[in-house]
Design a protein around this ligand. Structure first.
Ligand SMILES: Nc1ncnc2c1ncn2[C@@H]1O[C@H](COP(=O)(O)OP(=O)(O)OP(=O)(O)O)[C@@H](O)[C@H]1O
Length: 233
């Protein structure tokens, strides 16, 4: 369970978060939508324990992530927008190395097979295409069988086959009981994945609920523009 309550965060004169609140439940995929600069990444990085909020609170698995110990962090999987992967290693060695940190890791061969990583297993991370690197970053987030999984635009730039595989893997992870948070700019992705939807704008939550609750009698796209027009950061 993730509880984001009244979070505030400023960078100098820029107010990134202006009292944002939302929840994400176990066994569900929560999709965060919102214009560039709405504060999605800042909120997620605070929930990951990578940044500290100025005010408000976040609870992840009952813990304040900023103060969390290694045992808590091992229960949380993170896929960052820029990957954050070491450049000079080959994907499978990297994943095996990461798996060795966990008591009960995922099967690396299964994961690399599912994500098609075997096809470029002999290439170092530096030389991979953007989409290939993204698949490795997703595998790295999944290898510890996390109870909480944060994915920042996981399918941006992926081809349709890989995108479908990623959607299947993410859905399976939630079905197995994990709390999954996905930030996205794709209505198609949100409609496909979200059990719970949060629309953020200008550092606040402007809509929250199931996709049909947020969309009302119209489409998700029209609800999005209604909620975010004039609210851009
Ligand atoms: N380290 C930082 N220093 C200064 N400003 C920052 C910093 N991090 C974020 N911001 C600002 O905070 C606001 C929110 O940024 P954030 O990255 O959280 O938005 P986002 O919703 O994730 O956007 P995007 O959809 O473009 O990824 C933006 O105005 C951004 O410029």
């Amino acid at each position: 369970m993730i509880h984001v309550q009244n979070l505030t965060r400023a960078f100098g004169r820029v107010t990134a978060l202006d009292g944002v609140s939302w929840i994400a439940r176990p066994g569900e995929i929560t999709c965060l939508l919102g214009p560039n600069g709405a504060g999605k990444t800042t909120t997620v990085e605070i929930a990951e324990g990578l940044q500290r909020a100025d005010g408000g609170s976040v609870q992840v698995l009952g813990t304040d992530p900023w103060r969390a110990d290694a045992a808590h962090r091992a229960r949380v999987g993170v896929m960052l927008q820029d990957g954050g992967l070491p450049q000079s290693v080959k994907p499978v060695s990297l994943l095996r190395h990461l798996a060795s940190f966990y008591a009960a890791p995922a099967d690396v061969a299964e994961l690399t097979g599912e994500l098609g990583i075997d096809e470029f297993a002999g290439t170092t991370v530096r030389r991979l295409s953007g989409g290939q690197r993204q698949r490795v970053a997703l595998a790295a987030a999944l290898v510890g069988r996390p109870e909480v999984l944060f994915l920042d635009e996981p399918t941006a730039g992926l081809d349709p086959h890989v995108r479908r595989t990623v959607w299947d893997l993410v859905t399976c992870t939630a079905t197995a009981g994990a709390t999954v948070v996905v930030t996205t700019h794709s209505f198609e992705e949100a409609e496909r994945l979200a059990d719970h939807l949060v629309i953020m704008a200008a550092g606040r939550t402007v809509a929250e609920g199931s996709t049909s609750e947020v969309a009302g009698s119209g489409t998700l796209e029209s609800a999005y523009f209604e909620h975010t027009d004039g609210e851009r950061a």
